[in-house]
Design a protein around this ligand. Structure first.
Ligand SMILES: Cc1cc2nc3c(=O)[nH]c(=O)nc-3n(C[C@H](O)[C@H](O)[C@H](O)COP(=O)(O)O)c2cc1C
Length: 184
């Protein structure tokens, strides 16, 4: 692939001052020059209902087409009760259905996450990696960007300010772009 790598970025929090949304914003500034990140906001994605999967809400149809148009996916997940957030899981489920029409199939991916706890969403990220097995996605393995103690890594305006964390994100995005070019 010689053109720009188009990455779709999704953060699994709706919170205005979300650390994960701020991390995704930071990623748009740290992406390699031969790639770009387009953000999809999850507000408006309803709880998954299989009765509606043949005729999904417009926001779900938009999500699926944005995933399909992307070369790679970047998911930034919070950790809620040791797993991914409900809003993120609902979005994953909607876009995976109906059976045989999953938008995620075959997509290269990268995972990041920020939490106020010390382990920086590690448990949620491993749940997400497990989901990616069934979704037939191909996440890069390293570096694992697990941002713990988030309250110390963002400035008063809510922007990521911790330089070593930015460097990890830069490296993860470079690896995602290299990986996407290699398997496309
Ligand atoms: C319902 C709920 C469950 C949470 N569970 C965890 C958890 O299991 N592990 C953790 O590190 N933080 C947990 N937290 C704290 C989150 O890390 C913190 O709220 C974080 O700011 C959420 O991400 P956001 O800033 O992107 O909204 C939880 C928060 C909520 C609201």
């Amino acid at each position: 692939m010689s053109r720009q790598v188009r990455i779709l970025g999704i953060a699994g929090s709706l919170r205005r001052q979300s650390y994960n949304r701020a991390t995704l914003r930071a990623a748009t500034q740290l992406v390699p020059e031969d790639a770009s990140i387009d953000i999809f906001e999850l507000d408006g994605i309803p709880g998954f209902n299989q009765d509606e999967e043949q005729n999904p809400p417009a926001k779900v149809t938009e999500l699926k087409s944005r995933i399909r148009a992307a070369d790679a996916i970047l998911i930034v997940t919070p950790e809620y009760n040791y797993s991914v957030s409900g809003v993120l899981k609902n979005a994953i489920d909607w876009a995976s259905r109906p059976y045989g029409d999953s938008a995620w199939n075959g997509k290269p991916a990268a995972i990041m996450g920020a939490s106020i706890g010390t382990v920086g969403t590690a448990r949620a990220q491993y749940h997400l990696r497990q989901m990616m097995v069934f979704l037939n996605m191909f996440p890069v393995n390293q570096p694992e960007v697990m941002i713990g103690n988030a309250s110390e890594r963002f400035d008063a305006q809510g922007n990521l300010s911790h330089e070593p964390t930015k460097e990890f994100i830069r490296q993860l995005l470079q690896n995602l772009v290299d990986w996407t070019r290699r398997i496309s």
